[in-house]
Design a binder for this molecule. Structure first.
Ligand code: G1P
Length: 270
């Protein structure tokens, strides 16, 4: 399975901190958020993880670059060196793509297309500013559901209060089993009146590779950007797409409040 992590956004909600420290590099314990997300992708079965980033964020790539120097420095600290060896193993599975213009999430995901060309299985998309806490990793569960429904696309969902629907992609669907819905429609950031339900897209997707063909011809949508949600809506005309309200909790590390909540959830310190 291939995975794509869009991580190219400016991080404006976290300025001025994010001016030189990309939000994906914020530490959650001893690891930056991006490393936890790469680990989630690999746990779900990814053999290659494409990180789509921007040239303004060289620290993401530098983080995964472990050389002999580090092993030499850590000669007398084998437990810490073991962490660096693990990081080195992760980095072998990572490829880098760049988004040169900020044209939206759909456009960011599209930049990974050369790496997933010819893929038959659904591609895992994990948003680089969303961490999910809980007993089981959301992507691992979604991969299981996808297999159960014949390698179908699965979108991770969470229920949100109605007054917040305009911040998310919102879906409608028919329940097929506890927590699993066959999707009927998706709308990016609707008003309360337009929202088809309270089920919001929550940072994790497993998408049929056909999505890349659709993204390549996707017209701009909400906010004048190329929206992944709009291409998934179009995918519905040729493929079944399921939604899964995963039991874990999504944390948005893209703003200070969400970041503090993430630290509490991952370190049990609060
Ligand atoms: C993106 C997606 C949206 C989704 C949200 C949270 O929006 O476009 O559909 O609900 O992530 O996963 P953003 O937060 O980048 O504006």
């Amino acid at each position: 399975m291939k995975a794509v992590i869009p991580a190219a956004g400016y991080g404006t909600r976290f300025l001025p901190a994010s001016k030189t420290v990309p939000k994906e590099m914020l530490p959650v314990g001893s690891k930056p958020a991006i490393q936890l997300i790469v680990e989630e992708a690999i746990a779900a079965g990814a053999d290659e993880v494409v990180i789509v980033t921007s040239k303004d964020k060289p620290s993401l790539r530098a983080h995964f670059d472990v050389d002999e120097l580090w092993h030499n420095r850590l000669k007398n600290k084998p437990e810490i060196d073991a962490e660096m060896v693990r990081l080195e193993e992760l980095s072998k599975k990572i490829s880098w793509a760049y988004q040169y213009e900020q044209k939206g999430l759909g456009h960011a995901v599209l930049q990974a297309e050369p790496f997933v060309r010819g893929e038959k299985d659904p591609v895992l998309v994990l948003l680089g500013d969303a961490l999910v806490s809980g007993k089981k990793l959301a992507s691992v569960e979604m991969a299981e559901i996808s297999r159960k429904y014949g390698n179908a696309s699965v979108v991770g969902l969470e229920r949100v209060p109605l007054e917040k629907v305009s911040r998310y992609g919102i879906v409608s669907g028919e329940k097929v089993e506890e927590g699993v819905f066959k999707l009927g429609s998706l709308v990016e950031k609707p008003s309360i009146e337009e929202a088809p339900s309270d089920m919001a897209i929550a940072g994790r997707y497993l998408l049929d590779p056909e999505i890349f063909t659709l993204l390549a011809s996707q017209e701009t949508g909400h906010g004048g950007e190329i929206q992944l949600t709009d291409s998934i809506q179009r995918l519905l005309s040729s493929r079944s797409v399921y939604g899964y309200v995963y039991p874990g909790k999504r944390h948005d590390i893209g703003n200070p409040q969400g970041y503090f909540e993430t630290l509490c959830a991952f370190n049990n310190h609060c």
